[in-house]
Design a protein around this ligand. Structure first.
Ligand SMILES: Nc1nc2c(c(=O)[nH]1)N[C@H]1C(S)=C(S)[C@@H](COP(=O)(O)O)O[C@H]1N2
Ligand SMILES: [Mo]
Length: 414
């Protein structure tokens, strides 16, 4: 056995001893007596064609915020991703959270008939077919999307409930700047309005500076076509901005000289093109996904604390973890590369001594912005003093998880 392997064995043995079991040691049959599989999937439709996951993997999306989905009218509404079960940074397309469809069903679009029009204050208005868009130079980037309504409250029990309205995927498409340069943006055109196909349009006003910086007109998601609920065949990706800007089923971009109040912009009132970018940006945020609310630790011993961090301000620079409710903070390990405007996985090795404690994480982004406590966020949103902190606006506050002596984990928001 090579020395590395034997080191690893020793480590596992030690941790099992510490953990008093972890399921690895205790009631396992001796080597050579391992149980075989229940059955084989050979030749089954689960394996051939479009592959399915194991029937033993049951993680699913859930309706978010108390409204059933689909509702009485058959409409799909706010569906949250099971982030507590996530590993790595990519949310599988089938588990990506889903924002509101603006009063209609998910459109079923034939890509051969779909068009994207760019017009307004441009020298050459253009209408693109999907095939034409796919001939242009493309980019592939990892980006998160988060609904501005993704906020935690004390009634939530799991990460899915507290943070499930964000997801991260690998997006492929053409930079919006490529299309806008092709169309020739005229002087004084500081804004654009992007529109989806629904009857209420799902439109958003976007500052031209952001459009030219890093927005992507996407046809690809996680290595295949964008899913219908994510905007098939075409969606706009506005990295780091609130979810509502990421217009799905994109069919029209009108270049304009001012902010226009659209259905989606209702309540987003920063109309100054210079100030807007900051106002629309998701703040630095993080959450521990394991161990987290609703989960049960089998006993004292070693655990790898693991979570996700992200920021509309760019890349995650650092993540800190506390296991004593914020008295002492330690640097977590950033796993892999921290991409700009992407979920970033962090881990922290922890040995639980079996006493009650509190786990928290906080994110520091490349701009030096620090994720606020709940009290700080409530103060920012002008919560009256003397009341328990409630975050009225965008909520990027620190999520506390309370560990009880029996190993059960609970949302610790007061
Ligand atoms: N055309 C259209 N685009 C839309 C919406 C919509 O209702 N219609 N909802 C927005 C909202 S509120 C959010 S949070 C994101 C959600 O993106 P997702 O469903 O891919 O997660 O899409 C945005 N884009
Ligand atoms: Mo949203």
């Amino acid at each position: 056995m090579d020395p590395k392997q034997s080191e690893r064995r020793k480590f596992l043995k030690r941790s099992v001893a510490l953990a008093g079991g972890l399921g690895l040691g205790a009631a396992k049959p001796a080597l050579g007596q391992l149980e075989g599989p229940e059955a084989f999937l050979r030749g089954s439709p689960e394996i051939v064609g479009y592959g399915k996951r194991s029937r033993f993997v049951t993680s699913e999306r859930i309706p978010h915020g108390g409204r059933a989905s689909p509702d009485a009218f058959g409409l799909d509404f706010h569906i949250a991703a099971p982030l507590q079960d996530s590993v790595g940074v990519i949310t599988p397309s089938s588990l990506h959270y889903m924002g509101t469809t603006r009063g209609s069903f998910v459109p079923d679009i034939d890509p051969d008939k779909h068009r994207l029009m760019i017009h307004g204050m441009v020298d050459n208005p253009i209408v693109f077919t999907m095939d034409e868009l796919k001939r242009l130079p493309s980019v592939t980037r990892l980006h998160f999307i988060e609904c501005a309504g993704n906020r935690s409250n004390k009634r939530h029990t799991t990460v899915q409930e507290t943070h499930g309205m964000t997801s991260c995927a690998e997006w492929t498409g053409v930079l919006l700047s490529t299309l806008l340069k092709e169309a020739g943006v005229q002087a004084g055109a500081d804004w654009l309005v992007a529109e989806g196909v629904e009857e209420v349009k799902g439109a958003s006003s976007l500052p031209m500076s952001k459009a030219m910086e890093d927005c992507i007109v996407c046809y690809g998601m996680n290595g295949e076509a964008v899913r219908p609920q994510q905007g098939y065949p075409l969606r706009l990706l506005v990295p780091g901005f609130e979810g509502i800007f990421n217009v799905k089923w994109l069919r029209r971009i009108k270049v304009v000289d001012q902010y226009y109040m659209t259905y989606n912009d209702f309540g987003h009132l920063t109309q100054d093109p210079d100030g807007a970018a900051l106002g629309y940006q998701i703040g630095p945020k993080s959450v521990i996904t394991h161990p987290s609310g609703g989960q049960q630790m089998p006993g004292p011993g070693f655990y790898e604390v693991s979570g996700l961090a992200w920021s509309g301000g760019g890349a995650v620079k650092r993540v800190e973890v506390t296991t004593d409710g914020g008295h002492s903070w330690f640097d977590a390990e950033i796993r892999g590369t921290a991409h700009r405007h992407a979920h970033t996985r962090f881990t922290f090795p922890w040995t639980w001594d079996g006493t009650a404690c509190e786990l928290q994480s906080r994110c520091i982004d490349e701009l030096g912005q620090i994720q606020p406590s709940r009290a700080q966020a409530a103060e920012f949103w002008k919560q009256p003093v003397g009341q328990p902190p409630r975050v009225k606006g965008q909520d990027n506050s620190i999520q506390p998880w309370r560990v009880d002596a029996d190993g059960s984990i609970h949302n610790a928001i007061a």
